[in-house]
Design a protein around this ligand. Structure first.
Ligand code: F6R
Length: 575
């Protein structure tokens, strides 16, 4: 994953780079580093820890120079160590690089770079040595062309060298965008510089650029100049400060009523045309295949359920398995859901769908993201910047959009009341917190659902796993007796989602209670936590909000790093 940023301007680079990596930190937070150029000398500061921890120790803003690069890491190759942190240097310390992606043939390249001293365990270090070697006989531009040919894998790379005020930026499959103003900022996403400029140039695959404070020039893989469009972008976002909240997760949960309202309004106004085009595409398609990962996949499970209720053929596949299981034809409509719009598995699935000539619709939260730019049509869920690694408000808005689609095809749901109903769930927070405190010492939790509450059971279990580090399984109530029930012991917590006295679910509750389980019901009329709806459509969202709050309070009780859980990153840009 990782986030990268480069700065070329008139001012000192370090404060700009520090501000940028703070905004990019959601992409990885196990180590951080920066390199700047001053008087023909590259200086690097890097260490293990979050941006603020490392900055407190190393004082990034003491780095001099108006050209620099920085990196925030989510380890792929090599452990979390200072040596493995970026930037990486060439042997002569005259070239510094930062990289997001994976160099697949790094072993083969390393073997060819005889005589170079490799000090890290990363795949990325080879890039610095590669350029050092090529510069013995080539210009830097020629070396970039050779790099495009020689390297297998994915990359967004920034390179600076001791004797030039230029930065070199290269891209294949990993996100990279140039922000244009009086100065030039190149970063993994728009958000990094969206508070400074609203003008951006997007890198396409296999393009590279030479960037200085005065100008920039893009090239294709053969070195031919490419004229690029400068996009004026609109960045719809919530205030990205925590404000009165202790954690972004709680802030983002609390924003849900407002972002639902914003999306519903926009589907009737500024996104009306695209929304109608989407409905038409659904009508004309032979079948709908959703594709997504993680939490977004859970939203698509609900989407497939809703469309199925409207007698529209719909199925969903997890993005990383798409190619293995999808049967896609020209008249299939593929709808990709992705908060970040940069998930590599989703991008790969869409490439496959495109090769089969299917039409693609993107449902994203981050505008101008790769998934959006790959699609024939896109809808923005307008959840605003989501800083906490765990998805909350983006899921609720994905589901709100899917419910709006289903409503047009006859699914009976009243969405205008949804924001108020979410607020009513917030009023149950003290009760939810009490239950959370009882659950905090638990090792395992099972979450059961059926039909529309099955995807919600999975979503609640995923939140519990990633934020509160408790093993949780979200499963179909009906499947329990086919094996998993063997794990139920005296006191094992089993959360059951019971919508409208669902008798089959109530039987499952009885079955686990008979084996000593501690049964907790989230229901519409009966239960330990009752949500204010008797409607199938909105139950999914309201039960999810209960699950979000439950997870939050369990993690808080355990004193865990709620916004940045271990081993995770917000945007998963590797396979
Ligand atoms: C869980 C979570 C992840 C993401 C998944 C897909 O809270 O956030 O499971 O949902 O990595 O990400 P996007 O939606 O950006 O494609």
């Amino acid at each position: 994953m990782c986030g990268i940023i480069g700065y070329a301007g008139k001012e000192n680079a370090a404060p700009h780079l520090l501000h940028g990596i703070q905004r990019l930190e959601y992409r990885g937070y196990d180590s951080v580093g920066m390199a700047t150029l001053n008087n023909q000398k590259l200086t690097v500061l890097k260490d293990v820890g979050t941006v603020s921890e490392v900055d407190k120790k190393l004082h990034f803003t003491t780095l001099p120079g108006t050209l620099g690069i920085a990196h925030t890491r989510w380890a792929t190759h090599g452990g979390v160590t200072k040596t493995n942190a970026h930037p990486h240097l060439s042997c002569d310390k005259k070239i510094a690089i930062v990289h997001n992606g994976i160099i697949e043939n790094y072993k083969e390249l390393t073997e060819k770079l005889n005589g170079h001293l490799f000090i890290s365990e990363t795949d990325s270090e080879v890039i610095a040595h590669y350029f050092e070697e090529k510069l013995k006989s080539k210009t830097m531009k020629e070396a970039c062309i050779a790099f495009m040919k020689d390297i297998d894998g994915t990359f967004a790379i920034l390179v600076i060298k001791h004797d030039e005020n230029n930065m070199y930026a290269l891209r294949r499959d990993s996100p990279l965008v140039l922000g244009v103003s009086q100065e030039h900022v190149i970063a993994s996403d728009l958000y990094t510089f969206s508070d400074k400029t609203k003008k951006a140039v997007f890198f396409e695959n296999d393009e590279f650029a030479i960037i200085s404070k005065e100008k920039y020039q893009f090239y294709d893989r053969t070195g031919k100049e490419v004229k690029k469009k400068v996009h004026e972008f609109i960045w719809e976002q919530e205030e990205s400060k925590q404000q009165q909240y202790e954690h972004f997760m709680m802030k983002e949960i609390m924003e849900q009523p407002a972002v639902v309202k914003r999306l519903l309004l926009s589907l009737k106004t500024d996104q009306k045309d695209n929304f109608e085009k989407l409905l038409k595409l659904i009508k004309e398609s032979h079948k709908i295949v959703f594709v997504a990962s993680g939490t977004s996949y859970h939203a698509t499970l609900l989407g497939a359920y809703y469309l199925h209720q409207c007698e529209i053929e719909a199925q969903t596949l997890i993005a990383s398995e798409f190619e293995h299981f999808a049967s896609i034809e020209e008249d299939t409509l593929v709808i990709a859901l992705s908060q970040s719009g940069e998930t590599m598995d989703v991008i790969d699935a869409l490439k496959y769908a495109k090769s089969k000539k299917a039409k693609i619709v993107a449902v994203v939260n981050v505008p101008y993201s790769t998934v959006q730019r790959m699609s024939d049509l896109s809808i923005n869920i307008l959840a605003g910047q989501e800083v906490c690694v765990a998805a909350t408000k983006s899921f609720v808005n994905q589901v709100t959009l899917l419910l709006s689609i289903a409503q047009h095809f006859g699914f009976d749901v009243s969405l205008d009341e949804l924001p108020e109903k979410i607020i009513s769930v917030f009023k149950r927070a003290p009760l939810i917190e009490k239950i959370a405190k009882e659950l905090a010492p638990t090792r395992d939790i099972y979450v059961l659902g059926r039909g529309l509450s099955y995807p919600v059971a999975r979503e609640i279990a995923l939140k519990i796993k990633e934020i509160s580090y408790i093993h949780a399984e979200g499963m179909m109530g009906g499947e329990l007796k086919h094996g998993t029930i063997a794990l139920i012991e005296e006191g094992t917590p089993v959360i059951s989602l019971v919508c409208n006295h669902d008798q089959a679910m109530l039987s499952n509750v009885k079955e686990v209670e008979a084996r000593g389980a501690k049964a907790i019901i989230i229901g519409t009329e009966i239960g330990d936590i009752v949500v204010p709806t008797n409607h199938d459509g909105t139950f999914g969202i309201l039960a999810t909000v209960v699950g979000q709050l439950l997870t939050y309070y369990i993690a808080k009780e355990k004193g865990l790093p709620i916004d940045k859980p271990r081993n995770l990153a917000k945007s998963v840009t590797v396979r």
